[in-house]
Design a protein around this ligand. Structure first.
Ligand SMILES: [Fe+2]
Ligand SMILES: [Fe+2]
Length: 136
């Protein structure tokens, strides 16, 4: 069983964003697997790079939809993205300077909490808005 499994409870009602969230969950699961396999700095770099890249892409994609549909709570949501993105960058910067196992554990608990809370509250709010506009 994976560390995190996507559940229908996590659905934001828009298929493309559910798919992207599943991909983020897959990256978090690969981080968890790497911890079980005694992660080293090189592996942690690879996973963090994937996380940074995918996070940037995913946030940009959501923000494009906010623009296209004039989502009224966009400003607040974009601020939340900015803070999360910064945290992911900060973790990436710390690789090599901090013990990899400790850092990986810290990243794992941060990402799990972030992903679940951000999806369940903030992303579901735009999901409802877009769903009402007919976006699926
Ligand atoms: Fe978001
Ligand atoms: Fe999201």
């Amino acid at each position: 069983m994976a560390f995190l499994d996507w559940k229908t409870d996590y659905s934001v009602g828009v298929a493309i964003f559910d798919d992207e969230h599943k991909k983020l969950i897959a990256i978090i699961n690969s981080l968890h697997d790497s911890i079980l396999a005694e992660v080293d700095a090189a592996t942690l770099c690879k996973i963090s790079d994937a996380m940074v890249e995918y996070t940037i892409m995913h946030f940009r994609h959501e923000e494009m939809y906010f623009d296209d549909w004039a989502y009224p709570d966009a400003a607040e949501h974009i601020l939340a993205h900015g803070a999360l993105r910064q945290q992911v960058f900060d973790f990436r910067q710390r690789i090599g300077g901090t013990d990899s196992a400790t850092l990986a554990e810290e990243m794992l608990s941060f990402l799990r909490q972030w992903l679940i809370e951000h999806i369940l509250v903030e992303d579901r709010a735009y999901g409802e808005f877009l769903f009402d506009k007919g976006v699926r």
